[in-house]
Design a protein around this ligand. Sequence first.
Ligand code: I6G
Length: 690
Amino acid sequence: MIDQPTPTPIEPAQRAAQLHTLLHRYAHRYYVLDDPEVPDAEYDRLFRELQALEAAHPQLLTADSPTQRVGGAVLDEFDKVRHRIPMLSIRTETDIEASGAEAFDARVRRELGLADGDPAVEYVAELKFDGLAMSLRYENGSLVQAATRGDGETGEDVTQNIRTVHQIPLRLTGTVPPVLEVRGEVYMRRDHFEQLNDKQREKGEKTYINPRNTAAGAVRQLDPNITAQRPLSFYAYGLGEVTPASEGGPDFQTHWNMLQTLKSWGFPVSAQTNTAQAATDLIAYHQRIGALRDTLPFDIDGVVYKVNSLALQRQLGFISREPRWAVAHKYPAQEQLTTVLAIDIQVGRTGKLTPVAKLAPVFVGGVTVTNATLHNEDEIRRKDVRVGDTVIVRRAGDVIPEVVGVLADKRVVGAAEFTMPRACPVCGSAATREEVNGEEGADYRCTGGLFCPAQRKQAILHFASRRAVDVEGLGDKLVEQLVDAGIIKTLPDLYRLGLTSLAGLDRMAEKSAQNVLDALQKSKQTTLQRFLFGLGIRHAGEGTAKALTRHFGNLDAIMAASLEDLMGVTDVGPVVATSVRAFFDEPHNREVVEQLRACGFTWEEGEPVPQTAKPLTGKTFVITGTLPTLSRDEAKDRLEAAGAKVSGSVSKKTTYLVAGAEAGSKLDKATELGVPVLDEAGLLALLPSP
Ligand code: I6G
């Protein structure tokens, strides 16, 4: 028998060291470079292995272990930290035009004694993230302390909290000086901020005002477990105390070179950092970043220019604690304070009521803002916005201005809580809160769909559409003209149009006008189902119109049906039934229906059709792609006539997918869910002959 060498079991300490290296590297690739090297599951597996190892051998647990990013004890207060090198502030150039950059370059050149003919000064241009300044101290490559700026001399020790920020390395890579203080900005990305606010909304809790305040609040949490739940980011832009070159520390010649080295040690450095020659390059940078500003994943309030040569920086020195070699060149503020003068309600084309704050005019995001959306009743409640309040209004890019928060301590005594009106401010019809998927939705809607001037164009176009009463040639341009010119106010006015008023419209020849009148005349011979569908009752599509027609037989019976009666109709649930009832409860709508009837609409009214068993009752079909002979509408009509339900999306409840040529994702979904797929021949085999 041959002696097999047994593999020597790896020492726990050695394995822990291996795991540290791997996990630090993977985390750096994931969080800093945004370029993951291994799947999350692999990271988690190694992480758990290290946790188990540290639990079994507590002596292996070090402060810079990748496992030490979460939680920690709740503090009573933060310890004070005296900055060995003060944390300076940076001069702000308030002139946001190109002249701001020119003035800085001119100042630098003057201070350096450069004449007009002397060479250009080289700068580094960087983003000024809207966050809070942080000083990170590393000793022998491990993070030992994180401190806020405070007054620049003394800050607060927030190490526990900062450990939870994944972009901040707990241990550095490469050869690093024994003492290294790195300065930079902790901030929150906008998408992370929105996700945090989505969670707040789901919990029905107050939303945060902006990423900057949220990041600042998270850093100053006494409970690090709370900080750990706030996704913070970091970027490095400078140095504090560093082992001097004479004692083996780095000997940087330029700011640019220093930033590249910080990057190689594991710090996130903004990819938008550039070198720049003279004022022309600075101006171009300010303009380029200004144009990009709204597409960046984080807020910036300006850019920063720094003289690149560290020798020149030393020569320039400081003035009243601000470096002469750097300046922040701002952009227009995206948030401002103003007061709420009133809360108005706007009614959209579909009847949605949107509360809008009328504001004392304020210059924000480059324009004067007087209105800001408040979205809906819940949002107003969450933010507790009241008339008279001082609010923060935000306008970024082309996004509609928004009230992001209220300064509660500035509220005037007696300011009343806002309540949504229960009547449409445009037409006086009842406004009701919608249901969405059986739950209370956030929006109120005007129920006077046919009558409400705000919904007029939409209502007319829908009524005239092909699957409703089908008025050929009545498109949106014509409806727009007719309504804007005040020729028609309500739907029945359409049927009172004369040739003269129509032919008098822009670009309307007499022949075309006559065609429209003929089409209007023709549309009056219709079916009850089409007429009912054309009324545009919310949630009542063609399927509902068909079911109601079949069940009740005539319009009067439908208009008179109680909620219970309506819910007794096949495929009519509480949402649809409530909506139909609310529609016919609104006197304005009944009036319009009566007027339309008086215009001469005719259809065969009959006795309610007894619900006989149909061959495809209870089966749900989805149609996708192009069928060889049947149009999509024909297939739908024939399926429905056979008792089937035709749905728009594939789910586990779908009985068959009918797929024609160029069937796309619906076919993939059906295959994935194991839903049987039919071609046109298969469909025809299931249908009774027409
Ligand atoms: O507050 C700051 C933001 C950005 C800075 C800064 C910076 O560079 C990109 N640089 C310095 C030197 C200082 N504050 C003091």
